[in-house]
Design a protein around this ligand. Structure first.
Ligand code: ATP
Ligand code: MG
Length: 559
C-alpha cells in the first residue's frame, strides 16, 4: 500500500491518481466533471490546517477543470456561531478560491436527511433503540464479542412511529436514538449499528426549533455530498475507518449519485496547536489578543502577521498530500513567506533601537538626497529618495566602544558604510551618567557618495540608518513561537503550560524612513538587515504600527 502511494505521488499525488482513474474510460465517473466541496464546521476561524484542505478541495477541482462547493457543516446545533461564517468566506476568498454561487448549509438538507432515515427504517435497515448512551457503551462488545441491542428486531411500524415522535419532541434528550442496522459483529466498530440520529431538543441557529433530532456526522455527510452531486469528497485520515459507513449510507438510500471519499493526512506544525477548540481557549482565556493575533496559526492571524496568499498556497503545495500524518517544521512556513517577500517586498530602512549618530564634519543645516532602488530583484518597482543630514539614527547595537574580533561596524577608528549614502569613520561617543551611549560621532568622506570608495579601499561593515531630521516614530511588534515546546499538546501535556512569555515584544521608540509616511495595510516591507515587516491593523497614519512577519535568516533546512 505505502509503495503504491509513493509511486502515485511522483505523478502528482495519490488523490489525482484516483481521480484520473475515475474520470478515465470505464472509470466510475467517466466523462463527468470533477466536483468537490470544502465543508468547514462554523465553530471557529480557519487555521493553516484548513488551508491545506482548502487547497486540496478547491485546487484539485481547479486542476481538473471541475468545481468546488463551500458548505457550512452545521448539523451540530450546539456549537455554531454566525460570526464564523463570514470569516470563513473571507479567508477562502483571500486565499484566492471561489465557490461562485455554490454556497450551502448542511442544515438546508435536514428534511431530506429525515426522509432518507425513514427510507432506511422502511427497508428494515434502521431501528429506534432505547439504550442510554451508557448502556450502549456497555453493550458495544469487543473484538471477540459482538455488540447487542434488545431493540434491534423491533417492528418497522414501531420504529417509524417512535422516530416520528422523536422528531416531534415527545422524548427527552438521550432517551432514544435511531441506529442503522448493519452488523453488530463487525470488526469495524463504526459499523456496529451506529447511531444516525439523536434527540437534542435545542434550537439550531438556522432552523430554529423545527428539529428536536439531529443527524450524526457519519449519516449526514454522505447525504450532503450526494445531494450536491459531489464526485470526490476529501477528508482527513481519521475518517478512513468511517468510509465503509459512508459507502453503506450511499448504497442503501435512493442516492442521486455515488460520491467517493478519499482521505489524506492532517497537517500539524510544530510549536503551535491546530484545533479550533484549543485556539478558542487561547482567545477566550486571553492568552492572545483575538483570533487574528499575529501569533495564531489561523488564516486571519497569519494574514495580520504579513503572510501573503501566495506564500500559504506555496506552503500547501510544498508539504504535498500523503497518507502519513507528520508534523511540518514551522520554519518551512516561514521559508515560504520569505521566498515570496524576498521577491516582492519593498526595501526600506528602519532603526529598531535608535542611537543618534552625528557626522561632525557634515555642514549643519544641509540636506541631500539619494535615489535608491525599491527592490533590487524587481527593477520595475522603481526607486525612491531618501534624505541624509548631519544627524542620523543607527542601531545602538551597531556601535561598540571597543572592537571585538569579527565586529566590523562602528567602533572608534573604524570605517563603516552607511547604506546607499557615505562611508564614515567613527570617532567616538558621548555617554550619560549611567554610562549609556547617547550619541555616536563620525566623520564622513565626501568622496564616497553613494557608498563606494574611489580608491578601492575595503570597508567591511554596512549599516542601515534613518535621517534624524525627518524620520517617523513607529511601534514595532516582534513575534516568536507561541509555545516553547515543539509539541505542546502531545501526550498528557497541557498546552497552556508551554506558552512562550516572550512571544510578543513591543518596541515603542523605533524610527522609520520618511517614505513610510501614511503607509496603510496591507503592505509588506523588508526592513534592511532586520527582516520582513507589515503594517498592522492597529496602525494609524500618524502612529505607525508594524509587525515583524519573519526574520531574514532562514532556519529551514531541506532534509
Ligand atoms: P478542528 O479540530 O480544528 O476543529 P475539524 O476537522 O473539526 O478541525 P472542520 O471545520 O470540520 O474542522 O474541517 C473542515 C475541513 O478541513 C475538513 O475536511 C477537515 O478534514 C479539514 N481539516 C481540518 N483540520 C485540518 C488539518 N489540520 N489538516 C488538514 N485538513 C484539516
Ligand atoms: Mg470539527
Amino acid at each position: 500500500m505505502a509503495d503504491e502511494i509513493m509511486a502515485a505521488e511522483n505523478a502528482g499525488n495519490f488523490i489525482e491518481e484516483f481521480i484520473m482513474e475515475d474520470i478515465a474510460k470505464g472509470g466510475r465517473y467517466e466523462g463527468q466533471k470533477v466536483h468537490t466541496r470544502f465543508p468547514p464546521e462554523p465553530n471557529g476561524y480557519l487555521h493553516i490546517g484548513h488551508a491545506k484542505a482548502v487547497c486540496i478541495d478547491f485546487g484539485t477541482a481547479e486542476r481538473f477543470g471541475g468545481i468546488c462547493n463551500l458548505r457550512m457543516d452545521d448539523t451540530n446545533p450546539t456549537k455554531e456561531d454566525v460570526e464564523y461564517v463570514d470569516a470563513i468566506k473571507e479567508d477562502i476568498k483571500w486565499l484566492g478560491f471561489d465557490w461562485e454561487d455554490r454556497f450551502h448549509y448542511a442544515s438546508d438538507y435536514f428534511d431530506q436527511m429525515y426522509d432518507f432515515a425513514v427510507e432506511l427504517i422502511k427497508k428494515g435497515l434502521a431501528y429506534v433503540c432505547e439504550l442510554s448512551p451508557e448502556e450502549m457503551r456497555a453493550n458495544r462488545g469487543d473484538t471477540t464479542t459482538p455488540a447487542t441491542s434488545p431493540y434491534r428486531d423491533r417492528p418497522v411500524e414501531e420504529s417509524l412511529e417512535l422516530f416520528e415522535r422523536m422528531k416531534n419532541g415527545e422524548f427527552e434528550d438521550g432517551k432514544m436514538t435511531l441506529r442503522a442496522k448493519i452488523d453488530l459483529a463487525s470488526g469495524n466498530f463504526n459499523m456496529r449499528d451506529p447511531v444516525i440520529y439523536r434527540i437534542n431538543r435545542i434550537p439550531h441557529h438556522r432552523t430554529g426549533d423545527k428539529w428536536c433530532i439531529y443527524p450524526m456526522y457519519d449519516f449526514a455527510h454522505p447525504i450532503e455530498d450526494v445531494l450536491e452531486g459531489i464526485t470526490h469528497s476529501f477528508c482527513t485520515l481519521e475518517f478512513e475507518s468511517h468510509r465503509p459507513l459512508y459507502d453503506w449510507v450511499i448504497d442503501n438510500i435512493t442516492a442521486p449519485c455515488k460520491s467517493r471519499q478519499i482521505e489524506f493526512s492532517r497537517l500539524g506544525i510544530n510549536n503551535t496547536v491546530m484545533s479550533k477548540r484549543k485556539l478558542r481557549q487561547l482567545v477566550d482565556e486571553g492568552y492572545v489578543n483575538g483570533w487574528d493575533d499575529p501569533r495564531m496559526p489561523t488564516l486571519c492571524g497569519l494574514r495580520r502577521r504579513g503572510y501573503t496568499p501566495a506564500s500559504i498556497r506555496s506552503f500547501c503545495e510544498g508539504i504535498g498530500v500523503s497518507k502519513t500524518n507528520s508534523t511540518v517544521e514551522y520554519s518551512f512556513l516561514e521559508h515560504c513567506l520569505r521566498d515570496d517577500l524576498n521577491e516582492n517586498a519593498k526595501r526600506v530602512m528602519c532603526v529598531l533601537d535608535p542611537v543618534r549618530l552625528v557626522i561632525t564634519n557634515y555642514p549643519e543645516g544641509k540636506t541631500e538626497t539619494f535615489e535608491v532602488e525599491n527592490n533590487p530583484r524587481r527593477p520595475e518597482d522603481g526607486s525612491r529618495e531618501i534624505s541624509f543630514s548631519r544627524e542620523l539614527y543607527i542601531e545602538a547595537g551597531d556601535f561598540l566602544e571597543e572592537k571585538v574580533k569579527g565586529y566590523n561596524r562602528f567602533y572608534p577608528g573604524n570605517e563603516v558604510r552607511l547604506k546607499s549614502a557615505y562611508i564614515v569613520r567613527c570617532t567616538g561617543c558621548k555617554k550619560d551618567e549611567n554610562g549609556k551611549v547617547t550619541e555616536v560621532y563620525a566623520e564622513y568622506d565626501p568622496e564616497t557618495r553613494g557608498g563606494d570608495t574611489p580608491d578601492g579601499r575595503k570597508v567591511r561593515g554596512t549599516v542601515h540608518w534613518v535621517n534624524a531630521e525627518n524620520c517617523i516614530e513607529a511601534e514595532v511588534r516582534i513575534y516568536d513561537n507561541l509555545f516553547t515546546d515543539p509539541e505542546p499538546d502531545t501526550g498528557d501535556k497541557n498546552f497552556i503550560d508551554y506558552i512562550n512569555p516572550e512571544s510578543l515584544v513591543v518596541l515603542k521608540n523605533c524610527k522609520v524612513e520618511k517614505s513610510l509616511e501614511g503607509a496603510a495595510a496591507p503592505a509588506n516591507f523588508q526592513f534592511m538587515r532586520l527582516g520582513y515587516f507589515c503594517i498592522d491593523k492597529d496602525s494609524r497614519p500618524d502612529a505607525l504600527v508594524f509587525n515583524r512577519s519573519v526574520s531574514l535568516k532562514d532556519g529551514f533546512k531541506k532534509k
